[in-house]
Design a protein around this ligand. Structure first.
Ligand SMILES: NC(=O)c1ccc[n+]([C@@H]2O[C@H](COP(=O)([O-])OP(=O)(O)OC[C@H]3O[C@@H](n4cnc5c(N)ncnc54)[C@H](O)[C@@H]3O)[C@@H](O)[C@H]2O)c1
Length: 308
């Protein structure tokens, strides 16, 4: 099947003013695609538009400043994008953010249970953002008379799978677990019906990536950005996504400079075995389990690397 990343196709990308979204927009531009760029950060979005336009002024590049949590703004966006581009071939619902809990009680962990606003903000952006986008653009993708391959990418996170407690951000982890479930259902639904099977769905699972979430905000030039060795540049994630799309992979699980695929696999296996083995929740981080968990994970990763 020809890739969705093809010349003259159109990509709509949320969170396009920075990090993974901007890097993917740049890769799409290098493939000759038209770009509908969406972000809440109007100033960085304009910079992104300028950089991407300069790469090929003959292609369409439009910037739309909206909050992805705003359902009404998505309805307007649907109309404006259709007017400008006709149709969208790649819908990348990528904008996401980690919020901090505020509250009167001391201690980060307790605050997360007393500040429901923090949960609402997180879920509004990370879950309703993609859902709002789907509610407007999925019908447009399906009703398009052009049946060439189209793709929907949702950006999840390893935190939505392994659910680490250390960062005291259960709302972020929950939002990304929900994104995983949404993508899985959507993939199943679309591929189960012959009339929609040309629309593929993919869950992008970045590793540790040096983006705005880490302080590298905006459409920065990676040649000028210093990052820790263990982190990937956003362009590495975009390249990995491109490879995953070409291969038709649903789970596009990115490694990074310190975590290879085998280690991710072992950590995920340990986490799902908590349920199967009846261990305490999040046993990997539990005092009485943590040494055993780490030994098992390292041994499992090693045998995976050796092809056992
Ligand atoms: N950086 C990582 O290590 C990492 C790891 C796993 C998953 N992710 C996910 O990757 C995605 C992209 O993030 P990134 O790391 O590139 O960070 P980033 O901060 O560089 O980019 C995110 C972009 O989303 C925009 N955004 C945030 N809230 C928005 C809203 N309500 N409406 C519209 N735009 C909004 C921001 O303005 C920003 O430009 C996110 O979903 C994030 O959760 C990142």
């Amino acid at each position: 099947m020809p890739s969705v990343l093809r010349s003259q196709a159109t990509a709509l990308i949320t969170g396009a003013a920075s990090g993974v979204g901007f890097a993917t927009a740049k890769l799409c531009r290098e493939k000759g695609m038209h770009l509908a760029l969406v972000d809440i950060d109007g100033a960085n979005l304009q910079k992104a538009k300028d950089v991407l336009t300069a790469l090929d002024p003959s292609l369409k590049t439009e910037a739309y400043t909206i909050d992805v949590a705003d359902e009404a703004a998505w309805a307007d966006l649907g109309k404006e994008v259709t007017e400008k581009f006709g149709e969208v071939d790649l819908l990348m619902l990528n904008a996401g953010k980690g919020f901090k809990a505020e509250g009167q009680l001391e201690g980060g962990r307790i605050k997360t249970w007393t500040d429901t606003g923090y949960w609402k903000k997180t879920l509004d952006t990370n879950v309703f953002g993609p859902l709002n986008g789907l509610s407007v653009f999925l019908p447009l993708l399906i009703s398009s008379p052009n049946k060439s391959p189209k793709s929907i990418v949702l950006t999840g996170s390893k935190q939505g799978i392994t659910n680490p407690p250390g960062g005291a951000n259960p709302a972020y982890n929950s939002s990304k677990a929900t994104v995983k479930h949404i993508a899985e259902h959507l993939s199943y639904d679309l591929r189960s019906d012959a009339s929609t099977s040309h629309i593929s769905v993919h869950l992008l699972i970045p590793g540790w990536t040096w983006t705005g979430l880490m302080g590298n905000v905006g459409p920065t030039d990676e040649k000028e950005v210093k990052k820790p060795d263990g982190a990937w540049y956003p362009s590495q994630v975009a390249e990995y996504l491109s490879k995953g799309l070409d291969e038709g992979a649903f789970y596009i699980l990115c490694p990074d400079g310190e975590t290879d695929r085998a280690l991710d696999q072992a950590r995920m296996r340990w986490g799902s075995d908590d349920v199967i083995e009846g261990r305490p929740a999040l046993s990997r981080w539990e005092e009485s389990w943590k040494v055993k968990a780490e030994e098992w994970i390292q041994a499992d990763a090693k045998s995976r690397r050796n092809g056992a």
